[in-house]
Design a protein around this ligand. Structure first.
Ligand code: AHR
Length: 330
C-alpha cells in the first residue's frame, strides 16, 4: 500500500545511511511481502460481471495470473452495472491500492472517476474494453481485442459464403450489452463488411445482453416477427447458444436453415461449431491475465508502456473447430 510503502522507504533510506553494508531494511509482517523489503503490489480490479463463458474464463485468467505474479488482487464483480464499477474504483482509491485495472461495462461516463484516480496518483489500466474519454492521460494503456475487426471478419466470411445467393439474404443480429465497446464495435465492423452487398440485409437487431437467456428470448421474438431468417450474427457465443434453443423449438435446423456466426470461441461455442450448429466464429481471447500482470508491474515501476496492446486472435470454421477443440483451454 502506498502510505505504508512510503514510510518503509524512509526507514530504508535511514538504515542505509546509518549502516555500512549488509544491513537490510526492516521487514513488516502485515504487508504480504517477503519480509525483505519487497512488498506485494496491490491491484484493484473491477470486473464487468459473470454474464458469459468468456467472462468466467477472463476472471479465472486474471486471478490465476495475479497469484502467479505475486500480486495482491482486490477483485470486485460489478454485476453488469456502471454505478457498481464507479463505486469499486472509488473504494480502490480510498484504500490506496497501487494500480487499478478494470473492464468497463459501457464506453461512456468515466472521466470523473478516472480523474479522481489520476489526482490520487494511482495508474489505471483498461483491460478487455475501452472507454471513449478524449483525455488519454486518464489511463496508462488499453489491453484487449480489436472488436471492430472481429465484426468485420464475421461479415467478410458471410459475404464470401453467400456470394452465390440470388435473392435477398435476411440477417438478424443479437447485439451485446447496450453501450458496451464490443457491442458498438462488432456491429460497426460487421455492417462495414457487408455494406457493398445489397443482397445482405440486417432485418432486425437487438441486445441480448451477452447472455444465453437474453439470446434465447430475443431470438424467439425475431423468429415470431420474421418468417424468413437466413442468418444470425450473434455478438458472442453465449447468445448464439441461447438462440439455438429458440431455433430448434421453432422447428428449424441451426447451421443449415439458419447460418450462425458468433464471436468468442469458448469451448461450448467451439463444440456447437464442430457439431455443425454454428457456421463460423471470430475469436476473442479472454486469457488476458498474464499480460495484464506484466503491465501492472511496469506501470507500478514507472516504466513507459504502449498506449494500446492488441490481443492476438484468429477465426474458426467448422473443420478448424474440430481440430482445435481437444486442446482448447476455456
Ligand atoms: O468484452 C468481451 C465480451 O464480453 C465477450 O465477447 C462477451 O462474451 C463478454 O461478455
Amino acid at each position: 500500500m502506498r502510505n505504508r510503502r512510503m514510510g518503509r522507504n524512509v526507514v530504508a533510506v535511514l538504515a542505509a545511511a546509518l549502516l555500512v553494508g549488509g544491513a537490510a531494511a526492516c521487514g513488516n509482517s502485515d504487508t504480504g511481502g517477503d519480509g525483505g523489503g519487497n512488498e506485494k503490489i496491490v491491484l484493484g480490479f473491477s470486473q464487468v460481471g459473470a454474464e458469459s463463458g468468456w467472462r468466467t474464463a477472463n476472471t479465472t485468467s486474471i486471478k490465476e495470473a495475479a497469484a502467479e505474479a505475486g500480486i495482491e488482487l482486490k477483485f470486485d464483480d460489478a454485476q453488469q452495472k456502471q454505478e457498481n464499477q464507479i463505486k469499486a474504483i472509488r473504494n480502490f482509491i480510498q484504500q490506496q491500492v497501487d494500480v487499478i485495472a478494470f473492464s468497463p461495462v459501457v464506453e461512456s461516463g468515466w472521466d470523473t472517476v478516472l480523474k479522481e484516480a489520476k489526482d490520487a496518483g494511482i495508474p489505471v489500466i483498461l483491460t478487455d474494453r475501452a472507454v471513449d474519454s478524449p483525455d488519454k492521460t486518464l489511463y496508462k494503456t488499453f489491453l484487449g481485442s480489436d472488436f471492430v475487426k472481429e465484426g468485420r471478419l464475421s461479415g467478410e466470411w458471410l459475404v464470401e459464403n453467400t456470394k452465390d445467393a440470388t435473392g435477398p439474404v435476411n440477417i438478424v443480429e443479437l447485439q451485446g450489452s447496450t453501450g458496451s465497446a464490443p457491442a458498438n464495435d462488432r456491429k460497426e465492423g460487421f455492417a462495414e463488411a457487408i455494406a457493398a452487398n445489397p443482397n445482405l440485409k440486417v432485418i432486425a437487431s437487438q441486445s441480448g445482453e451477452f447472455t444465453r437467456a437474453g439470446g434465447k428470448q430475443v431470438m424467439e421474438q425475431f423468429l415470431k416477427a420474421n418468417p424468413k431468417i437466413d442468418v444470425l450474427f450473434a455478438h458472442n457465443d453465449d447468445m448464439g447458444l441461447g438462440a439455438l434453443e429458440a431455433i430448434t423449438a421453432a422447428g428449424k435446423t441451426p447451421g443449415k436453415d439458419i447460418i450462425i456466426i458468433t464471436i468468442d470461441a469458448v469451448k461450448d461455442g467451439m463444440q456447437a461449431l464442430a457439431d455443425g450448429k454454428f457456421n463460423f466464429i471470430a475469436e476473442c481471447s479472454p486469457l488476458l491475465g498474464p499480460q495484464l500482470m506484466d503491465l501492472v508491474k511496469k506501470v507500478h515501476a514507472g516504466e513507459e508502456v504502449p498506449e494500446r496492446i492488441e490481443t492476438e486472435e484468429t477465426t474458426f470454421t467448422q473443420e478448424q473447430a474440430k481440430a482445435a477443440l481437444p486442446s482448447r483451454k476455456y
